[in-house]
Structures are given as structure tokens and as C-alpha cells.
Design a protein around this ligand. Structure first.
Ligand SMILES: [Zn+2]
Length: 416
């Protein structure tokens, strides 16, 4: 299928994404609740109603805020899951998203109605240059679009409706899940693998057409607590120990020109300081550690621990603790033992005339956690670009290819 031709799902995908993107469903890492924000229910309840409307079965919202549904099989085969997340990234304004569509993109600079200074340039973003003639959806200049991952939601809903309307299409039992809080790393509840009850699954949460990802970072979080000695500064001689100075020393001693996100790429991992808060009596530093390999990740944890120990040794009156918590693991560890889900997706991709590409992603997905918990879950392309910021955009025709991929895939999953 040539990429510039209009497809059978364009209109529905465009309408769905515009409708979903206008709903504010941003997650919030600082909230202790699950889901982290009440506003995610605006998406969850809408999807619950829409799934019932198109005739899906077993439609529920779980107490951890995930919408689940079944499309009964029309043929035998493994139960295949499809997931997308309803939350949008907390990193940028997501309130008052005004999506708009640029029909038949002319290949030039894209400007924004609500921000005269903002320009989306095909020179700066070469993938956009390939999309001449496509229908491009963007926000209006002051918010992100939220195609991450409402594009995934739109793709799964469009494919599901098509399958339910055409029961002659052969597919195995399918399970759908729309999860909250992916962007803050809390999308996969402990009960989800059992509740999803799929043999394997896919997230639609990837970028460029052809992307089939089964390799992600392995990730740990580190929290360093520095306790000084607090005394009135007027009577502090030989007594006060300033936690701010010690925390600064830790940051100064950690690698800064190597092993940081701003100087690494490809298969290299990093240590990244994300937060430093507190005062002279107590400081808290948060770091994220990332690597594709377990050994590399453990080594980064060791560096953080050693730096803490070294700084602690300079001031025995202070108390410095370092807690390292596992976050997620590279899904390749599990998938390389059984590549069936990846091979199915690759074959489906080739059937559409697209050469699949499997680039390791420098991040994690809900699939990283799910895979580790026993449901192998590679990540598939949606077309989303420049996510988490005002220049986010997506081609409707790319989304249509992802929808076709989903349909090819369920066909190939049927037991022959
Ligand atoms: Zn996403």
C-alpha cells in the first residue's frame, strides 16, 4: 500500500484521535492514588461506553483503573492482547488541547494558531518531510497533542470495531486493555497479567512506521537521603553539618561528562539526576539508572553507592543512605527465548509491504513490565512523533497502517 494514498480507516482514526486528544487525562507522578489523577476516568469511562457500544464483551473498569474487554475468537488460536495507555505525559501542559488536522500536508513549515513563535519544520524533522500528502494532526501550540498514546487507543478501537462489524474475519480470542499512568511508570498493576489473560500481547505505543520494539532499557531508581546536623547558624561553629554541601558534593562526584543522558546514545546506559530537594538539615536526591544489560545496570548502581560512601567518609557526623529500587527490565531477556510474538508482528508488517525495524528503545513501556510478569508484550508503531511537547504530531495515514498491521496480525495468529 503506497503511503500517500488515502485508506479505509482515515476518517475514523482522525475523528477518534481528535475526540480523545481533546480530553485532559494527564497523569501525575506526585499523586499517591491509583489512577494518579481522577481526570483519567474521563477517558476510561468513555472507552468503557464505546466498547459496549461496538459490541465488545466482558467490558469492565478494574479497581486499578484499567478498561478491559474481550473480542471472542472467530477461529482457534492463542489469546492475543492489545494495550494502549490513556494518560498523557506530565512533562508539558496537557490542559485545553485543541487538536487540528492539516489535510494533504504540503511539505512546508507548519505554524500554530496559538503560538506564533512555534514552527514544525520538515528540515529539522526529516520524518515529516516523508509525509507530504498525508493528513497531519497537531495541537495548537500551547499544549502537547497526546497522540502518545491516544493514537494507540484510536488504532485499537478502530481495529476492534472493524472486527466486530465483520465477523467473517478469522481471528483468535482478543483481549483489549486501556491502562492509566504509563507515563509515570505505574501502568501495570500486579493484577493485570492475570486479568488480561492473554498468551502474549502488544502495546501500540511506538513511533515510526515499521517499528517493532522488543528491546527496552532495564531501569532502576536511586534515592539518596543526606541528613546533616542542624543548629542555629549563630552558634554553629564546629557543630553544624550542612546537607546542601554534602548533596552538592555527591552530584559533583558522580559522572557528568560521560554516562549521562546528554552524552550517551545507542546501546549506552546512563545515570541521570532528576530531582534534588531539601534544605541545610536534610536533602533528597533522586536518580534514574538505565542500561540495556543487567550487568551495566548493576555497575551504575555500584557507582552511585560508592560515591555516597566516599562523600559520607568525609563527614562522619552526617548520615547518607542510598536506596536503589528496580523499576523495569529489558523485555529482550524474555522475548529472545520465544520470538513468536515478534515474528508474527514482523510477518504482518511485511504483508503490508513495510520492512519491519527493531531498534532498541531508550526507555520502557508497559510491555517491559508485562513481559517480565509473564505476558510477552512487544511494542508496535503508531506514527506518533515529537511526543511530550508542543511540536507533537502524527500522520493519520501512519495510524491507518498501524490499524492494518493489527488486522493482519490477528489473521496470522489464527492456528492453521
Ligand atoms: Zn506512550
Amino acid at each position: 500500500m503506497p503511503q500517500d494514498s488515502k485508506t479505509r480507516f482515515d476518517q475514523e482514526l482522525e475523528t477518534r484521535l481528535m475526540r480523545y486528544a481533546a480530553i485532559d487525562s494527564q497523569s501525575d507522578a506526585n499523586s499517591p492514588t491509583s489512577p494518579s489523577t481522577e481526570r483519567q476516568y474521563d477517558m476510561l469511562r468513555l472507552l468503557e461506553a464505546e466498547l459496549k457500544d461496538i459490541g465488545a464483551e466482558d467490558v469492565v473498569i478494574t479497581d486499578y483503573g484499567t478498561v478491559l474487554a474481550t473480542l471472542p475468537g472467530t477461529a482457534p488460536g492463542p489469546t492475543v492482547g492489545f494495550l494502549a495507555h490513556v494518560d498523557t505525559a506530565p512533562q508539558f501542559n496537557a490542559t485545553g488541547v485543541k487538536p487540528r488536522v492539516i489535510k494533504g500536508y504540503n511539505g512546508g513549515d507548519i505554524t500554530y494558531p496559538d503560538n506564533a513563535d512555534l514552527i514544525l519544520s520538515p528540515v529539522e524533522f526529516p520524518y515529516l518531510a516523508q509525509k507530504q500528502g498525508h493528513d497531519i494532526i497537531t495541537a495548537s501550540g500551547t499544549t502537547l497533542l497526546g497522540g502518545d498514546d491516544k493514537a494507540g487507543v484510536a488504532i485499537i478501537m478502530t481495529a476492534a470495531k472493524h472486527l466486530l462489524e465483520n465477523p467473517e474475519i478469522k481471528h483468535p480470542p482478543l483481549r483489549l486493555a486501556f491502562t492509566p499512568d504509563e507515563e509515570i511508570g505505574r501502568g501495570v498493576n500486579a493484577a493485570l497479567p492475570k486479568d488480561l489473560a492473554a498468551d502474549f500481547a502488544y502495546t501500540f505505543d511506538g513511533g515510526e512506521v515499521g517499528e517493532i520494539v522488543y528491546e527496552t532499557f532495564s531501569a532502576d531508581g536511586a534515592e539518596i537521603l543526606v541528613k546533616g546536623v542542624s543548629i542555629h547558624p549563630g552558634h554553629a561553629k564546629d557543630k553544624l553539618v550542612n546537607a546542601i554541601h554534602l548533596a552538592s558534593k555527591i552530584i559533583q562526584t558522580l559522572p557528568q561528562s560521560v554516562m549521562v543522558p546528554e552524552t550517551t546514545d545507542g546501546h549506552e546506559g546512563f545515570i541521570h539526576a532528576t530531582d534534588m530537594v531539601g534544605g541545610s538539615s536534610e536533602m533528597k536526591i533522586k536518580l534514574i539508572l538505565r542500561d540495556f544489560e543487567r550487568e551495566g545496570l548493576a555497575e551504575k548502581g555500584e557507582i552511585v553507592r560508592k560515591v555516597c560512601e566516599a562523600v559520607a567518609a568525609t563527614e562522619p557526623r552526617a548520615e547518607i543512605t542510598c536506596q536503589i529500587t528496580p523499576q523495569y527490565r529489558n523485555m529482550r531477556y524474555w522475548l529472545e527465548k520465544d520470538m513468536t510474538p515478534v515474528d508474527l508482528a514482523r510477518d504482518a508488517c511485511r504483508k503490508l509491504g513495510i520492512e519491519p525495524m527493531s531498534v532498541p528503545i531508550r526507555g520502557g513501556t508497559d510491555g517491559s513490565r508485562l513481559t517480565e510478569m509473564g505476558v510477552p508484550t512487544p511494542n508496535l508503531f503508531t506514527g506518533m512523533q515529537n511526543i511530550h511537547g508542543p511540536l507533537e504530531w502524527i500522520s493519520v495515514q501512519d495510524m491507518a497502517l498501524a490499524t492494518e498491521l493489527c488486522l493482519e496480525l490477528v489473521g496470522l495468529a489464527v492456528e492453521s
